[in-house]
Design a protein around this ligand. Sequence first.
Ligand code: SAM
Length: 188
Amino acid sequence: MSFFDNWYRGDATLKAEPDGELVKLFNEKGDGKVLDIGCGQGRNSLYLASLGYDVIAVDVSKHAIIQLNQNVKLLGYDIEGIVCDIGDYSFSEKYDIIVMSNVLQFILKRVEQINIIYKVMEYITTNGIIFIKVPLTEMQLESQCFRNGMLNRLFAHSEYNWEILLDNNKFVAPKKDFEINIFVAKKS
Ligand SMILES: C[S@@+](CC[C@H](N)C(=O)[O-])C[C@H]1O[C@@H](n2cnc3c(N)ncnc32)[C@H](O)[C@@H]1O
């Protein structure tokens, strides 16, 4: 059983509110397709579904998806919860919004983190939006690679064109031990 399965089986509850930056970006009715990677208990999936989006929510933890499904049943939203490691997820269609909030740091191998970012770049529609939130902590070695504009460079060198709507990565030196990078890119 994964760390997160154990965690969700306890009383752990993640924040119920969606990410504030996501709410600023999407606050009108929509009808596109969303992929929420590492959706957890589904706060962002539920929010986007409440706006009318058709959401696929993927998480490696079975218990996260069980809890998400309980909420989906209560609220009657259009969300398909899938238990899957994102590294094994077979991308077969394009999405209008892809969300990766607080998940990349748990994908431990750098090459896998980058492979997922490349996959997401490929499977977003033109004008589609990729929303990434990743902590740049001193503590979590796995996320330190996202410092110093790494996401920005990856997108700048991709084969597609991007409009960077938000990139608040100001972490250039280990001055403080916690900072979050919100990175939002639109495919053009
Ligand atoms: C801190 S939680 C964030 C949950 C949600 N995105 C949110 O912001 O509320 C991280 C989630 O990523 C999931 N996760 C970790 N590694 C994963 C992987 N390789 N594939 C899919 N999900 C993964 C965990 O099971 C957990 O639910």
